[in-house]
Design a protein around this ligand. Sequence first.
Ligand code: PMM
Length: 269
Amino acid sequence: MTSIWGIVNVTPDSFSDGGRYLDVDRAVAHGMRLRAEGAAVLDVGGESTRPGAERVGADIEQQRVIPVIEQLASAGVPVSIDTLNAATAAAAVRAGARIVNDVSGGLADPEMRAAVAESGADYAIGHWRGFSADMYAKAEYRRVAREVAGELQERMGEAAASGIAPSRLILDPGIGFAKAGAQNWDVLRGLDEIVALGPRVLIGTSRKRFLAEALRREAGADDEVSESRRDLATAVTSALAARAGVWAVRVHDVAGTRDALAIAHAWAG
Ligand code: PMM
């Protein structure tokens, strides 16, 4: 059955006191709630990769995530570190993380693959073409799913050349990363091409812009598509992705996703 990664974003807009103090206890409590709701892995991140987000330094990123990872890991929860920085990945694994989730697939930091190889952690590699500031300018494809699969295959080769065993890899087509609206649907329609590459496949559609766009276009939602409508849309994409053979989905709403996956599972028989 497809498993669930619960998102724990430790950024000033998520767990903070008026934007000044990051509240470690609240982030940990949020993670433990997602765990109780059925998350197999908690994906902890300290730098937003959303379109237009500014980059933060690795030191600030680590101040945010390391105390949270230490507490979650010591409570026995499998933790993944969502980072583009090799130094943060290494520190997170020392703090107890078991998986490095690098949406750039090793392209953002030239030290990343060596750090992961040395750490012994599993490595989730995303399809990516550049930092959020200019990623839409790079969203040019002829056949989206085919090209995404081809580039992921290149990332797999680079990881193997760096000493990371294929059994440690997880592939993610990077929904929203260097992909504009309709291109994300092309990727989802072609998920079997990614699954056919072999390694476990992870997918993250949660609350993303292309879902809100589809709801506005197809269901008459207003401009500010509510969080609950985005979560419902996410649960649907997650259930369909499960049918397409993905190994895990990365979501904010773990409880709703758990129910959606249970129904997809019942359907599959
Ligand atoms: N998306 C975001 C952040 N991290 N990691 C993986 N593996 N796949 C994704 O699609 C992904 C990710 C951006 O979403 P957020 O700001 O809601 O965390």
